[in-house]
Ligand binder design. Structure first.
Ligand code: APR
Ligand code: PHB
Length: 395
């Protein structure tokens, strides 16, 4: 079998790339090692930057997003018992974010791909990338008991943090910059109306808490917890009382605590792999970088890479612009490091670190106060949270 671009992974990165390439008239095949049902069962974050929303519209999958996505013009920050609102739109020259679950984005992309008959192999095992540094790379895998080989011009590694793409690049050709945080987030999904009509990020001496939502009837809550905590040790009652203790009282009054639908722990880390390409293999989204969820940047960073790669490939195929190949890594990394910095900063500002001394705690409390009280501080938070427009690599 032959295609122009072999896409490894059917998460949001791989599916969105497949959709944009289709619109550019470039042939691609998706190879995913899990089932479609499994991919759709994963619960992930739910905040989209405007640039990501625009890209989903450009990809032709914006219809349900436009109907069901919740436009948010502000966020709230809890600081001990006080609740502050940051008017995102006011402090970012009119921009906003859209609350829409990543699982829904994935579903919309999958349905669109099925509708036009895009070729995808789910449940593929032993996926291997061969000769990515040559002009004729190929991918092999086992599907329904038979070995499949796909010859291609380029490989897009959209296979997340634990995929095969990054491992297919010689280690000495990559630098990995990593930072781990000494805690995770314990998350709960519950069929209850959200506590507030906006997200609440709360700093508290007992630890960070976040109140988010998927819709006006489905809430998503998180609390900071030790990295090795077992979610099964957390009864619903224990979770709700830990959450309530960390939120300002004025917010807790509106908390509805029904049984949880799901409970899971995610460790927090930051990681960036450089460069994001090797020969004709490109690393995209989580395959290249991980951010802690505090800044809500994971999906929009992935969308940024996809946007750049789709334009690079369109320029190559339609205009023969070979020089664009070299632009992928630097264009993506500039945006990536800004979001890595912002996510790291928000994580430090709002979490309690186990070894934190009294001096550091007071410095952070003062920094949060400055951020909330000054125009410069609010502007810096709002601009970073809503994100910047996607880069045009072809310009
Ligand atoms: N072969 C084929 N597919 C693979 C392999 C492999 N060896 N390893 C992993 N995959 C698949 C996974 O099953 C998954 O469906 O690649 C896909 C990667 O998807 P994601 O992990 O969702 O990564 P990405 O598409 O880049 O999405 C980034 O997801 O984790 C969040 O915060 C992140 O919001 C961001 C978004
Ligand atoms: C979520 O809704 O899951 C969510 C929202 C905002 C974040 C992280 C996660 O910063």
């Amino acid at each position: 079998m032959r295609t122009s671009v072999a896409i490894i992974g059917a998460g949001p990165s791989g599916l969105l790339l497949g959709q944009l390439l289709y619109r550019h008239g470039i042939d691609a095949v998706i190879i995913e090692h899990r089932s479609a049902e499994h991919v759709l069962s994963r619960i992930r974050a739910g905040v989209l930057e405007s640039g990501t929303v625009a890209l989903l519209h450009e990809a032709g999958v914006g219809e349900r997003l436009a109907r069901k996505g919740l436009v948010h013009h502000g966020i709230k920050i809890g600081d001990q018992n006080a609740l502050h609102r940051i008017d995102l739109t006011h402090y970012s020259q009119g921009r906003h974010v859209t609350v829409y679950g990543q699982t829904e984005v994935t579903r919309d992309l999958m349905e669109a791909r099925t509708a036009w008959g895009g070729v995808s192999f789910y449940d593929a095992s032993d996926v291997a990338i061969h000769e990515p540094d040559s002009t004729s790379p190929y991918v092999t895998f086992v599907h329904e008991g038979g070995e499949v080989r796909i010859d291609c011009d380029y490989v897009a590694g959209c296979d997340g943090a634990h995929g095969v793409s990054r491992r297919s690049i010689p280690a000495e050709r990559l630098s990995v910059f990593e930072h781990t945080y000494p805690f995770g987030w314990l998350g709960v999904l519950s069929e209850t109306p959200p506590i507030d009509d906006e997200l609440i990020y709360a700093r508290h001496e007992q630890g960070f808490a976040l109140c988010s939502m998927r819709s006006m009837t489905l809430s998503r809550y998180y609390i900071q917890a030790p990295r090795d905590e077992n979610p099964e040790d957390w009864s619903d009652d224990r979770f709700w009382s830990a959450l309530s203790a960390r939120l300002p009282e004025s917010a807790v009054r509106a908390l509805t605590t029904d049984p949880s639908l799901e409970k899971s722990l995610a460790p927090l880390r930051s990681s960036v792999t450089e460069p994001m390409q090797y020969g004709r293999l490109f690393l995209v989204g989580d395959a290249a970088h991980i951010v802690p969820p505090t800044g809500a940047k994971g999906l929009s960073l992935a969308a940024g890479d996809v946007s750049v790669l789709a334009r690079v490939l369109a320029g190559l195929y339609h205009q023969g612009r070979q020089e664009l190949l070299q632009a992928y890594t630097p264009t993506c990394l500039e945006r990536v490091w800004k979001s890595v910095r912002f996510s790291w900063w928000m994580t430090h500002l709002l979490h309690s670190f186990p070894e934190e001394d009294g001096f550091t705690r007071r410095i952070k409390a003062a920094e949060l106060k400055y951020t909330l009280e000054s125009v410069a501080g609010r502007t810096a938070l709002a601009e970073n949270y809503v994100g910047s427009p996607l880069a045009d690599v072809t310009g």
